[in-house]
Design a protein around this ligand. Sequence first.
Ligand SMILES: [Fe+2]
Length: 438
Amino acid sequence: MGQYSNFNKKVKKATRKKDFIKGLALETEKAASEQRMGDLYQITKKLCGNKRNTKMPTSYTDKGPKPESGRFLNFAHVTFWVGNAKQAASYYCTRMGFEPFAYKGLETGSREIAAHVVKQNKIVFAFQSMLNPDVPKEFGAHLVKHGDGVKDVAFEVEDLQAIFKRAVGRGAIVVKEPWEESDENGTVKLAQVQTYGDTTHTLIDKSKYKGLFLPGYQPSKFKDPLSDMLPTIGLNFIDHIVGNQPDEEMVPVSDWYEKNLMFHRFWSIDDSQMHTEYSALRSIVVTNYEETIKMPINEPAPGKRKSQIQEYVDFYGGAGVQHIAMQSDDIIKSVTKLRERGMLFLDIPDTYYKNLRERLKKSKCKVKENLDTIQKLNILIDYDENGYLLQIFTKIMQDRPTLFLEVIQRNNHQGFGAGNFKSLFEAIEIDQAARGNL
Ligand SMILES: [Fe+2]
């Protein structure tokens, strides 16, 4: 029976592959007859990408054609849909060092949604909750299905109309046609498209807006007295936001970014490189032309036991944001202060540091930070001959084993911690086993 279903799976996979190639061939013919060179280029890249059998992480230098119009600037903010925005926002303030920033709710005339926006340097998180029993309908359904999680990742852009038109012309699903919002501080242009799972991307052009956050929001009146008592954390900006996909969805999703948003592949890793005894993953990082927005896309790969990516997909009810990485100039200070505030991080076994010390001895890479401190704080190091990165992962941020956070410090190293994936997975597997999900 097992053999039969295995065979069946292989046939299905082969048929899908055949359909995929056939689809590409038709697309090529059409693009060639219409002289769409950009699309032809993307198809060639896709074909090459699918043939690539990576043993090591791959860094890509080819950015593809520069978009003729429209420009992605940076992550604008992240919107979380949660059961209780007031309390979720407070947790990120006390534990992570965010500060209350902006608010909308019944007092400001927002009758359906309450939003508590918190900020730390350039990182802006907007926690939203529904105010009424049944509206907005999709909000309630989202909460029941996914639990607390990231609903939208907003990008700040120039020439929103051009980006939106191109994306939709290439097949992106419209959530909301471009619209404008204004108040006494000016006008903001927005549009919304669907990405993986129930997650969306809002495009925002704020060039004609001088206000604090967005029209309709007021500055937070609440000043958390704990903010003055506790030292700052020093998280500066969002380095990357990772999306988990169900099996075999990674390539279509990264293709979606390449085709619709004109992003390009920046880095990738496959399961021959990234596996533990129990589980494995594949990952492709896509980025905009200027490489200011990095979006790694993961999928589980078969292993002896359940991959943590699969655990996420099971508990989130599909694809969604797995983790948000935030940059620090001084990770030792940031993590020391986060631990003092009660943040919990993955426990890394001492063997990791023993191996690391041995490996570093043989390497040209010189880590400036004190290794004893790094070990005490459970910070991970990945390096090559040119530089290194320091990173650490929080435990999950809510009851469901879904979203967690990362703090990262880069020292001339643009990777994503491939050398740490194994240790990271093993650390997560300890927690997974405790949850009965391994
Ligand atoms: Fe990461």
